[in-house]
Design a protein around this ligand. Sequence first.
Ligand SMILES: Cc1cc2nc3c(=O)[nH]c(=O)nc-3n(C[C@H](O)[C@H](O)[C@H](O)COP(=O)(O)O)c2cc1C
Length: 288
Amino acid sequence: MTNPTELLHQRYGTSAFDLDIDNVNAAPGGSTSENVDWNGCLTTLLSHRSIRAYLPKPLPPGTLELMVAAAQSAATSSNLQTWSVVAVVEAERKEKLSHLAGNQAHIRQCPLFLVWLADLARLTHVAVGRGLSHNGLDYLEMFVMATVDAALAAQNAATAAESLGLGIVYIGAMRNHPEEVAALLGLPPRVFAVFGMCVGYPDPANVAAVKPRLPQPAVLHHETYHLASQDEAITDYNEVMKTFYAEQQMNVSGDWSEHSAKRVASPESLSGRDRLREALLHLGFELR
Ligand SMILES: Cc1cc2nc3c(=O)[nH]c(=O)nc-3n(C[C@H](O)[C@H](O)[C@H](O)COP(=O)(O)O)c2cc1C
């Protein structure tokens, strides 16, 4: 097992590392009431990195079903289970999905591509079957609920896959052309592909590094929220990420702040997703 201190250092970048973890037990079993035991689940979570290069090796039978069982073990709003997932393995369909998602090669390369869906069609069907109205489904609240449900389920599946030695990368670019994706997957009205997920064995010749995150003072607030006091953490993070971009030979100009601000600068920087509302209306979500 990788050392917890090392994992935490990787997650935050050494220079910005300022966590009090003295009372974390690296070796489970020796805990006292003042100690926190490290465990394999934490190792899996903290070791996450997106994988964009896969071996042409099939997944063991049962992997998909285990991932879906993990996904279904996530909490779900009111137990409504307003999500579904389409598992795509056919080369031709992956090719088309890749094309719709900016030609991302890893979609073609991975042995399994999952498309995670916000699904209000099932509840529509259930209500109609019982002769009940389903007007509540037309509200933005239900769309948000279904999207949150899909994300929680997907992340559980991602962690399950990673715990099995597999790698994943989310594909938000599934939202670049929502109607075409819906047609390709045969989605009924009120079903929307929130994101995709490549799954497969990471190519060891192309190992991705753990990407540092913002120091905790930027994201963790005690009692009330504070924006201005995040500046120091963001400045530290910019330094960490400049080093990371250089070490990983990533083609990123400037630091994290500059890169991130550019990503949200205009509708054009949304890769076609600036028309998402219109697409959702076409897909049967009224978003009232
Ligand atoms: C919802 C979502 C959509 C994403 N979409 C893409 C994508 O289309 N293509 C891609 O290569 N990475 C995508 N990513 C991966 C992020 O770029 C990645 O998680 C982020 O840079 C942090 O890196 P890490 O996952 O290696 O820690 C997406 C991640 C999320 C959560």
